[in-house]
Design a protein around this ligand. Structure first.
Ligand code: RP5
Length: 162
């Protein structure tokens, strides 16, 4: 088992029904990841400890999903230099617009790469693309896999419409 390079975290275990899609995508690309629940509001110190230690533990990207007053991605981004991909998790009320606005409206200096509401699969893909931008053998392999993935998407459309 390789050491995880992606931290897939969320504010509550209730977010997993959305966030699982990011894990499935990472599995498709054979990217090792770890999963955890870190709440910005209920376990703030645990969240900060995780974010502060992430880079030193070998993580290279953090995917953070949260719903409602979704402060987890932004707070994690403030406590690490790693790229953070934020996933707005839709809750029963407000259809995830609250989550989206909470995550996307970051102050200058602390970026979070926000995907669409419920867009955990794209968050996984963005993490793969970030890892693929390196100069190491894993990055080479991932660039090849991403090219194959894109070709598969194209083929899917052509098969339907030709
Ligand atoms: C947020 O509150 C979590 O990310 C979750 O989306 C939402 C509701 O959490 P639970 O009450 O289901 O634990 O912090």
């Amino acid at each position: 088992m390789s050491a995880p390079v992606v931290g897939l975290i969320m504010g509550s275990d209730s977010d997993w029904k959305v966030m699982a899609a990011a894990g499935e995508l990472l599995d498709e690309f054979d990217v090792p990841y770890e999963v955890g629940v870190y709440s910005a509001h209920r376990t703030p110190q645990r969240m900060l400890d995780y974010a502060g230690a992430a880079a030193g533990r070998g993580l290279r990207v953090i995917i953070a999903g949260a719903g409602g007053a979704a402060h987890l991605p932004g707070m994690v981004a403030s406590a690490t230099v790693l790229p953070v991909v934020g996933v707005p998790v839709p809750l029963a009320t407000l259809d995830g617009l609250d989550s989206l606005l909470s995550i996307v409206q970051m102050p200058a200096g602390i970026p979070v790469a926000t995907v669409s509401i419920g867009g955990a699969r794209n968050a996984g893909l963005l993490a793969v693309r970030i890892l693929a931008s390196g100069a190491d053998p894993r990055a080479d392999r991932l660039r090849t896999s991403l090219a194959g993935f894109a070709a598969g998407l194209e083929q899917m459309v052509l098969t339907k419409h030709d």
